[in-house]
Design a protein around this ligand. Structure first.
Ligand code: PMV
Length: 354
């Protein structure tokens, strides 16, 4: 039989929301109840590396995550695979004598191998990098001609936040109006060179897996919280506009004020859920106090904080000098010890390692 294997490898950084996505209006298609804005980290730090391969020798679609085979039967994987397969186009490699037609792609099985270089499901948006990378590498492999925004709508069906990792820099996920999700896509607001001064430091408070998945958490919030309605309708639309302006002008004080307020409201909405959801812990709260005190002392924001569905702090400092001071403060206040809560610092840096 035929012995060939065709493969593609891609790497995708995670993204961190500064205006949060929380709550779906359609669970199957993953359509959100509000727009969100994120910053994609530089490649190489917190990222997923995925290789996808096809061969006539493969008999089933299979996937390995961080070295362990897991089931591909989940609806979200299947949705992404189906959407990409349906857009596959003819592929020809004359040198190797490989010709794959659109019809062949439907029958060829894929093997997927994916690694995260950071804790999975600890609220560090591992699914964002993972699903974006999966969709992107499959699209390359199957010679899909769609642009990044169209691919983002497919990644969205794998994990909402994944749609924002198709782009670098600052990205907006537009909630869209259509029931079929065709206009619920990510767009780039500014590229990775636009605001080079910012340095992002991730304080890993705990690498334990979170207790409440974002899927069930969002469902409970939408079903039981009054506050979420006010947030989605009255608060976020205004913040999105203000955040876009702050990014365009590189206005750090506004950027920081909005990002911190939005993180705090997201966690307030979690607390307003029945049963209440606690993603932050004592260490997270101490980090917030520490940053708030510092910012107040300086008279204007030096550092912004934001927390996703877990206790880890994402700290965005206005420049490298502030980032160095921030690291000193963190190390002083939370000295790394084997039994300490805060025991490692991951630097997801936007400038230092360029
Ligand atoms: O895409 P999900 O299901 O992993 O949800 C992500 C939710 C938050 O990270 C808390 C917020 C966001 O906008 O990324």
């Amino acid at each position: 039989g035929e012995k060939w294997v065709l493969s593609v490898t891609a790497q995708t950084p995670t993204n961190i929301a500064v205006i949060k996505y929380w709550g779906k209006r359609d669970e199957e298609l993953i359509l959100p109840i509000n727009d969100s804005i994120s910053v994609t980290l530089d490649p190489g730090h917190l990222c997923t590396t995925t290789s996808v391969a096809v061969s006539p020798a493969f008999t089933h679609d299979r996937i390995w995550l961080n070295g362990k085979e897991v089931s591909l039967s989940g609806g979200r994987f299947q949705n992404c695979l189906r959407e990409i397969r349906s857009r596959a186009t003819d592929y020809e490699d004359e040198k190797r004598g490989i010709m794959i037609t659109k019809k062949d792609w439907e029958k060829l099985r894929v093997h997927i191998v994916s690694y995260n270089n950071f804790p999975t499901a600890a609220g560090l948006a591992s699914s964002a990098a993972g699903l974006a990378c999966l969709v992107f590498s499959l699209a390359k492999l199957m010679n899909v001609k769609e642009d990044h925004s169209q691919l983002s709508a497919i990644a969205r069906q794998g994990s909402g936040s994944a749609c924002r990792s198709l782009y670098g820099g600052f990205v907006k996920w537009i909630m869209g109006k259509e029931d079929n999700g065709s206009d619920s896509i990510a767009v780039q607001l500014a590229d990775e060179n636009h605001w080079d001064d910012l340095v992002i430091i991730i304080a890993v408070v705990s690498s334990k897996q979170k207790e409440t998945s974002s899927t069930s958490g969002m469902r409970d919030t939408v079903e039981t919280s009054e506050l979420i309605k006010h947030r989605a309708k009255e608060v976020v639309p205004k913040r999105i506009k203000e955040m876009e302006a702050a990014i365009a002008k590189r206005d750090f004080p506004s950027f920081a004020r909005l990002a911190c307020a939005d993180s705090n409201q997201f966690h307030a909405v979690c607390l307003d859920t029945l049963p209440p959801i606690f993603y932050m812990n004592d260490t997270s709260h101490r980090i917030i106090s520490c940053v708030e005190k510092w910012n107040r002392h300086e008279g204007s924001p030096q550092v912004a904080y934001t927390f996703d569905a877990g206790p880890n702090a994402v700290l965005i400092s206005k420049d490298r000098k502030t980032a160095a001071l921030l690291l000193q403060r963190l190390l002083f206040q939370f000295p790394p010890q084997s039994d300490a809560d805060l025991n490692s610092y991951v630097i997801g840096d936007k400038t230092i390692l360029k």
